[in-house]
Write a protein that binds this ligand. Structure first.
Ligand code: PLP
Length: 444
């Protein structure tokens, strides 16, 4: 191949060149087939090559691909905002469209700060968060991210927004079990608020299921109810980062719905465009928009390609596809099936420490010693090994962090397209078992 000038994640590695995708499969130029059990980065929610989406793209391209949001709106953007308002719970009605999940969480952060300013309160500018979290790579989003690895190079530029432990029941810092733990990890937020001062805090942000930094860490039943009560009691907005968990990934439009909470602002991304176009959104409730509509009448954010008609048409087609094919209805059953199969692997392989997750967002944490839950040493690069052994076998899994600091641990995420069939799930499990077998041979 000719010299590549593309900056890839690892500059000294060769990456297969993908030729095309169909359903849950990707095919490279050499003809090798991959079962995409990660949906890329938990993104290709309706699989690859859906004809309806291509038609919607073409229809929009024939009309207009770009208008600038300061000059015009478009039918596609208006319809998408209406569809999101109809599908999201409560009065989460107002969409601000951006191009990536990082921009969505950062816009959500700015909306929260602006909400208080419009009410005449200018001191509330911090957006607290949890350790073992990821909200994006831009500096504002990284400030909120409790991901030590991704923060490391930029620490001097970042705010110290992560302040509390995650609801990591497998490695509970209190050595307790829910619900008798009384959700102490959520109640840490009370202490953080007391220390920092509620008058300085605009919002608290959390991923309903912790993805990239934790390997699908799923909270116990009343965790989010407790968090929301604490936020409400202190006049702090609650932002749900549903970039990974939203758009049907866990069987409901928002994962927040599983725990009966309605956030004040939601960030959507990844599955919204399902990989067919770069699009994400910060969606605000009526409560958040009220003082802005009565005040400056403008949310202070925006990008040249915000509300791009082409991307909006794609996202609208993706949401219509989900609805028309009733895809969300089957997600929890499929997740249950996969989870049961994954749990069988615990019995077979001692390095499988924990299987967790919600719907089709499942995580597997690897440990050197299952009894003591001791992680593998860092130099063993277990997550990377699992990912590359799987890739060799034609299976794509998503690497994630683990461990109480999100760094000293190994996990992978299994998050196939929501459209996966039973036969394809069986194939996924076979390929994963073959990967574990290869890893087992390597360490024994
Ligand atoms: N928020 C969450 C929960 C994510 O998982 C991610 C990406 O992994 C982001 C935000 C950032 O999204 P993007 O990579 O599209 O900027």
């Amino acid at each position: 191949m000719e010299k590549s000038y593309l900056i890839k994640p690892m500059l000294d590695e060769d990456y297969p060149v993908i030729d095309y995708g169909k359903g849950v499969y990707l095919f490279d130029m050499e003809g090798k087939k991959y079962l995409d059990a990660a949906s890329g980065a938990v993104t290709a929610n309706i699989g690859h090559g859906a004809a309806e989406i291509m038609e919607a793209m073409q229809e929009q391209a024939k009309k207009v691909s770009f208008v600038y949001r300061s000059q015009f709106t478009s039918g596609a953007a208006e319809k998408l905002a209406q569809k999101i308002a109809a599908l999201l719970p409560g009065d989460l009605n107002w969409s601000f469209f951006v191009n990536s999940g990082s921009e969505a969480t950062e816009t959500a952060m700015k909306m929260a700060i602006q909400y208080w300013q419009e009410k005449g309160i200018h001191t509330k500018t911090k957006v607290l968060s949890r350790w073992v979290s990821y909200h994006g790579i831009t500096l504002g989003a990284l400030s909120m991210s409790g991901h030590t690895g991704r923060r490391a190079r930029f620490v001097p530029l970042l705010e110290d927004f992560p302040v509390i432990n995650p609801p990591y029941c497998y490695r509970c810092p209190y050595n307790l079990t829910a619900p008798t733990c009384n959700y102490l990890c959520a109640r840490e937020l009370n202490q953080a608020i007391e220390r920092i001062g509620a008058e300085k805090i605009a919002a608290f942000i959390a991923e309903p299921v912790i993805g990239a930094s934790g390997g699908a860490i799923t909270p116990p039943k009343d965790y989010f109810k407790t968090i929301k009560e604490i936020c409400d009691a202190h006049d702090i907005l609650f932002i749900a980062d549903e970039v990974m968990t939203g758009s049907g990934r866990t069987g409901t439009m928002l994962a927040s719905e599983h725990w009966d909470i309605i956030p004040d602002i939601v960030a959507l991304g990844k599955g919204l465009g399902a990989g067919y176009a770069p699009i994400a959104a910060a969606v605000a409730s009526e409560k958040v928009m009220e003082p802005i509509l009565a005040g400056s009448k403008s949310v202070m954010s925006g990008h040249t390609l915000s509300a791009n008609p082409q991307s909006c048409a794609v996202a609208l087609a993706v949401l219509e596809y989900l609805e028309k094919n009733e895809i969300m209805r089957e997600v929890e059953n499929k997740g249950e099936y996969l989870r049961n199969e994954l749990e069988k692997l615990i019995a077979q392989y001692s390095f499988v420490g924990d299987v967790r997750g919600k719907g089709l967002l499942l995580g597997i944490e690897f440990v050197e010693d299952r009894i003591t839950k001791t992680p593998f040493p860092r130099h063993a690069l277990v997550t990377q090994q699992m990912v590359s052994l799987a890739k060799e076998k034609g299976l794509i899994v998503y690497p994630a962090g683990a461990g109480i600091d999100g760094v000293n641990g190994d996990s992978i995420i299994i998050s196939p397209p929501l459209t996966i069939t039973t036969n394809e799930m069986e194939e996924l499990i076979d390929l994963l078992a073959a990967t574990f077998e290869a890893f087992s041979n390597q360490i024994n």
